[in-house]
Ligand binder design. Structure first.
Ligand code: AMP
Length: 221
């Protein structure tokens, strides 16, 4: 099994690229953002505690995310054949240590860490124009990849919505959290010879071709 972390600023394409590679290559997708949004939607205690941090664009405290990650890994491990893609986890150095421990406890290890790289000027534009399908989770962009019919998902006919943290104020805060708390992971994983950079400044299809080739090259090296 091969297990990868997808690292990158908000808007770099972690969600889109990890969903695409999971579909293409049978990896299991663990997105802490998705898991947290599910808790918020379910109105659980954890969701109630996390919501304020998420809406403002701050990171949710490490200890709240830790259990979600460990449970998801333990629960999905039996179905894993190709491996896991960790999307948006870790985002802090203590989370990186926790992931390492959780993987070891499950007899797993990391094969690589993909750093999705897109210029800062693109990120805000991508996030504020992003729309998602409430039903199937498909991702659109008002300018770069609009649905055929406004507000309706091409794939399943579901209604499209904007994430509550995709407004300009929250996005600026998310970028700041990335620079302060997540960027140190680049050095952390570089020192461990796990990090490789993938340009994600083009449109989704071209970015996916670049990513798939980079993953193949990394696994062959
Ligand atoms: P994402 O869907 O990955 O953009 O995450 C959306 C929001 O969920 C982030 O802005 C954080 O508030 C929270 N979140 C997701 N993953 C983590 C994590 N690993 N650590 C802390 N907060 C997280």
């Amino acid at each position: 099994m091969n297990n990868f972390v997808f690292l990158g600023a908000p808007g770099a394409g972690k969600g889109t690229m990890s969903a695409a590679i999971c579909k293409d290559r049978n990896y299991l997708h663990i997105s802490t953002g998705d898991l947290l949004r599910a808790e918020v939607a379910a109105g659980s205690d954890l969701g109630k505690q996390a919501k304020g941090f998420m809406d403002s664009g701050a990171l949710v405290p490490d200890q709240l995310v830790a259990d979600l990650l460990s449970h998801a890994l333990g629960k999905k491990k039996a179905e894993a054949t190709a491996g896991f893609i960790f999307d948006g986890y870790p985002r802090t150095l203590p989370q990186a240590e926790l992931l390492q421990t959780a993987l070891e406890q499950n007899g797993l290890s990391l094969s690589g860490v993909v750093l999705l790289d897109a210029p800062e000027s693109l990120l805000l534009e991508r996030l504020t124009g992003r729309r998602l399908c409430r039903q199937c989770g498909a991702i659109y962009h008002l300018l770069f990849g609009p649905p055929k019919k406004e507000g309706v998902c091409d794939k399943c006919g579901g209604a499209l919505y904007q994430r509550s943290d995709d407004n300009e104020t929250s996005v600026r805060q998310r970028l700041e959290a990335y620079h302060k708390q997540t960027q140190p992971l680049i050095a952390y994983y570089t020192e461990r010879n796990l990090l490789f950079r993938v340009d994600s400044s083009e449109q989704a299809e071209a970015n996916y071709r670049t990513l798939a080739a980079a993953v193949d090259a990394w696994l062959a090296s």
